[in-house]
Design a protein around this ligand. Structure first.
Ligand code: FES
Length: 179
């Protein structure tokens, strides 16, 4: 092989390696470290804010309300406290229920909240319509079972009821199951 030829061969360029400059290295390192630190701060904050929403809802607790033998066929209003957890806010509001025995003798409980616009209903307070729930706001009537007879678009909601050791316990509200 001639010298000429060898010289020509040594001039062949190897493929260029992309080399990182010192400036690039520093900017990547600093950028990565900053992102890591920002994530370290942001992720716990996001978890703190969102965590209650992601937690599975606890089973509705039953609240002891009244002795079963105090319940008659005539609906009566009883108040009781419930424990509410709304995100990070906990409260113990007082709520009420109309509790009575049905024709089958079983205890049931209705929500006092009118399904029209949310006023509070009462039992048997309209002289023109006895033995009915009546809403004073716009004149809605409901049967003893909570059936909407006029004005309101839906029956009264019903509490879940549990009888235990002679006491009536109420749980969460559901759609009316008596109709
Ligand atoms: S809110 Fe009860 S009738 Fe309107």
């Amino acid at each position: 092989m001639s010298d000429n030829h060898r010289e020509h061969g040594s001039e062949e360029r190897k493929p260029l390696k992309k080399e990182m400059s010192r400036r690039q290295f520093l900017s990547y390192t600093l950028g990565g470290a900053s992102a890591f630190m920002a994530a370290g701060v942001t992720i716990p904050m996001l978890r703190f804010a969102v965590d209650p929403i992601l937690q599975p809802k606890a089973e509705t607790d039953f609240v002891k309300v009244i002795e079963e033998n105090k319940i008659t066929n005539e609906p009566k209003s009883f108040t009781f406290q419930i424990h509410q957890v709304d995100g990070w806010y906990e409260s113990d509001p007082e709520v009420s229920a109309w509790i009575a025995r049905g024709d089958d003798g079983k205890v049931f409980a209705l929500s006092p909240v009118c399904k029209h616009l949310g006023c509070t209903i009462n039992w048997n307070t309209d002289p023109a319509a006895s033995q009915q729930y009546f809403c004073p706001c716009h004149g809605a009537h409901y049967s003893k079972d909570g059936k909407n007879l006029n004005v309101a678009p839906a029956p009264l909601d019903e509490y879940t009821v549990k009888i235990e050791n002679g006491f009536v316990y109420l749980g969460g509200l559901t759609k009316n199951t008596r109709l």
